[in-house]
Design a protein around this ligand. Sequence first.
Ligand code: SF4
Length: 341
Amino acid sequence: MPEKKDYSIGILKSSRDAGKTYDFDEKHNKDLPVGMWFQNSHEGTILFIVFYTQACRWSRCLGCNLPSKSSQYNVDYRALIKQIDYVFASADVIGQRERIKKVIVSNNGSVLDEETFSSTALMYLLAKLNLHLPNLAVCSIETRAEYVDLAELEFISRVIKEGETPTELELAIGFEAFDESIRNRIFKKGLSLKLFESFVGRISPYQYGLKCYFMQKPVPGMSDEEAILDIQHGIDYLSRIASIYEIKINMHLNPTFVAKGTPLEKSFLKGKYTPPRLIDVAKAALHAEGARISVFIGLYDEGLAVKGGSFVRENDKGIVHLVEQFNMTGNFRFLHLACKE
Ligand code: SF4
């Protein structure tokens, strides 16, 4: 049998070449996920799970330190299965199991990259979703587009439809910025519009949903106005794609925070970068009113921001509350109010 390939050196090299200085988390108990939490959205209660696995093999994106929550080395399926058991044995999940409408599956990288997230564990997870969450409507899987394999998607989609409530599959991919030069030359996302559109073209006949993660003001050198415009262009573009391919698209808009051990942190410490203001995030998202896509605004930095590097500032309590109301209802009235804060 061929030996399992070792990607640990490549992962370290990609992150160091990209100017990252963080360490990977080898102290984490590999039988426990990185974290899980609930979100309230107009789709209902969402359970967000981040599994502890080998780090993202791309690891190059400028402001991202998610791999610092992962291992540099392979985490095998036995450990992942224990993590899954832990999730479904947790009192919080048991208490909310009837209410959970959506699960977002993440490993701070690509769940569909079988080199970092075991296929055995993925199958086990799907079975657990069917067994434990009777009202699950959507299973969202985070991945880079290049790991999407249609045969695998067809299988996953068939499995999750077998639960008590037929569950739809959603793919969640990082888009980060609309401007091609910012996205690929500066942020180093490695995602061209051509690749994105060919990916959408492949999944659209199956009617899988699509979530696209965007970051507002992801790189230094962007003014607040340019950052708003970039998101608005992204909304227009995704709306066009949703109409052409007749698929459901959600933009998950994350205001950028300054993540430790990244080139963005260096710019921030030199006074060359400030995170976006929440009022500007609300202004950008307001552009989606009447558009063909929905928007969710991420307000959680997973504890990865450096001191003073969060987008939530003192006196932002009111606007945070309005954004949460918007997320919960999808009602743009709350964003209009947020823009007046
Ligand atoms: S943003 Fe995603 S693809 Fe890019 S380095 Fe971070 S985890 Fe990997």
